[in-house]
Design a protein around this ligand. Structure first.
Ligand SMILES: NC(=O)c1ccc[n+]([C@@H]2O[C@H](COP(=O)([O-])OP(=O)(O)OC[C@H]3O[C@@H](n4cnc5c(N)ncnc54)[C@H](OP(=O)(O)O)[C@@H]3O)[C@@H](O)[C@H]2O)c1
Length: 426
């Protein structure tokens, strides 16, 4: 087990700061690209995904290729109609209808995206449901919560990773955000990776940890790309109200239609914070964990290690049938590497420790956003989070608010220990 992962129990971050929403918005307003970015929002038809997609469209002034993926066409069309009209002829806003709870559908949607786009700059994953009943299984034999929060996200990233790498190789942004619950996970049972024996609490916390480990695994396989797992805080969305679970609907009703609603963040604000997390906080390639204010939460509430990361990767490759990538119509070096290759030197040499140090120094010297106004009510935990954990993630705000994101150019593939060093420095 690497030193940085071992230290997760003792990792501490500064306490919560006030919510610098006005500063966040001002920084986001400075976002600009020298190219037309391609951004996919799976779960962009509602709630948090919608909030991030709208913030992205707003700050790019519509000059982006935005693809919303979901089932609700009417919602998607209305969201797209509200986006600023692009001035660039190559910018486009579109919807792809897809139930991503099924892996065969994920394969279809990723093929469709890859056929149209050789490069992908941003992949935002927020499709999810709240359902405590694990007896309702998808065709793949997985409960919908786990399928949407983990397996389909893993498969979307895996299939689209070549396009992300291509963007990075061309010196463009390449970032993935999975919105779930960074900082609220628990230990996982390597003997029950399918979560068949897990209690409700263990199941929910494990899916959160799976998202952490998923991003660690992808960061190791695709070292030029940024992989972020975030905790959005308590956000006022239809998630609980549309839950098949009576308990969740009741909780959501109380949260949305009583004074408690003032404790929840509007999706618009969440969209700004999460966009800030993607664009500014996750400033370099690698695995990141971001909190409700777009802040870096380091390894607070982190329960992964090398062994669980590798075991889960292998398990997920099998469950998602991801070894047959040749039949998917493309082939990349990254996709063909097995877990056993992770610690092997790649064709290019690994960065020296001093190169890693230099990169980290560059990150830490970026100016920080000061605590500011624009405050909103204190967040409360989401239904899922309140079941899973008494202790929320760090609410500190210490993310760099530097100039335009300047990730390091795609470089040689690091070894596992180089990735560990990078994580430890953060
Ligand atoms: N809201 C919170 O307070 C909170 C807190 C912590 C974590 N989270 C997590 O954040 C994520 C987003 O939550 P939210 O509050 O934004 O929920 P939401 O408003 O209900 O949005 C859920 C999104 O998931 C999509 N979706 C659901 N099932 C799908 C399927 N089978 N195929 C394709 N898309 C599907 C929906 O699109 P369609 O209806 O178009 O299919 C919708 O866009 C969830 O994973 C949730 O657990 C939320």
């Amino acid at each position: 087990m690497s030193e940085d992962l071992q230290s997760s129990e003792t990792y501490t971050t500064p306490m919560r700061s006030s919510n610098p929403l006005s500063k966040i918005k001002a920084e986001n307003a400075k976002i600009s690209f020298s190219y037309i970015p391609v951004a996919v929002f799976v779960g962009g038809t509602s709630g948090i995904g919608r909030g991030i997609a709208e913030a992205f469209a707003r700050h790019t002034k519509g000059n982006a290729h935005i693809i919303i993926v979901g089932r609700n066409r009417a919602a998607a069309e209305s969201i797209i109609a509200s986006f600023p009209q692009p001035t660039s002829p190559t910018a486009k806003h579109e919807f792809i209808e897809c139930d991503v709870s099924l892996l065969k559908n994920v394969r279809q949607v990723t093929s469709e995206i890859l056929n149209k786009h050789a490069k992908l700059n941003f992949l935002v994953l927020s499709a999810g449901v709240l359902d405590l009943n694990r007896t309702r299984l998808t065709e793949d034999g997985i409960d919908p919560v786990t399928a949407l929060s983990y397996h389909s996200r893993w498969k979307l990233i895996y299939d689209l990773a070549p396009a992300l790498e291509k963007a990075r190789n061309d010196n463009e942004d390449a970032k993935v955000l999975s919105v779930l619950s960074a900082g609220n996970g628990g230990k996982i049972d390597l003997a029950d990776l399918e979560l068949k024996k897990a209690s409700t609490m263990t199941w929910i916390q494990s899916v959160m940890t799976y998202n952490d480990i998923m991003m660690d695994g992808f960061a190791l396989h695709y070292p030029s790309v940024s992989f972020i797992h975030s905790y959005p805080g308590g956000v006022r969305t239809p998630l609980g109200l549309t839950s098949p679970s009576l308990f969740m609907r009741t909780w959501a009703f109380l949260a949305n239609y009583t004074l408690l609603t003032y404790l929840l963040m509007p999706p618009e604000n969440c969209g700004e914070y999460q966009l800030y997390g993607i664009h500014y906080t996750a400033s370099t390639p690698g695995a990141w964990r971001v909190g409700q204010h777009g802040n870096d939460i380091g390894k607070q509430g982190y329960h992964g290690d090398d062994e669980s990361r590798d075991a889960l990767w292998k398990h997920t490759m099998e469950v998602t049938d991801s070894k047959n990538m040749a039949s998917h119509g493309y082939n990349t070096r990254g996709n063909q590497r097995g877990i056993s290759d992770l610690n092997q030197p790649s064709a290019t040499s690994s960065p020296s420790p001093s190169q890693v140090e230099e990169e980290n120094l560059a990150v830490s010297s970026t100016p920080k956003v000061s605590e500011e106004n624009g405050s909103e009510p204190t967040m409360m935990d989401s239904p899922l989070t309140s079941i899973a954990s008494d202790e929320g993630p760090s609410n500190n705000f210490s993310a760099p608010a530097g100039p335009e994101n300047e990730a390091a150019p795609a470089g040689p593939e690091p070894t596992a220990s180089a990735v560990s060093r990078r994580r430890r420095k953060r």
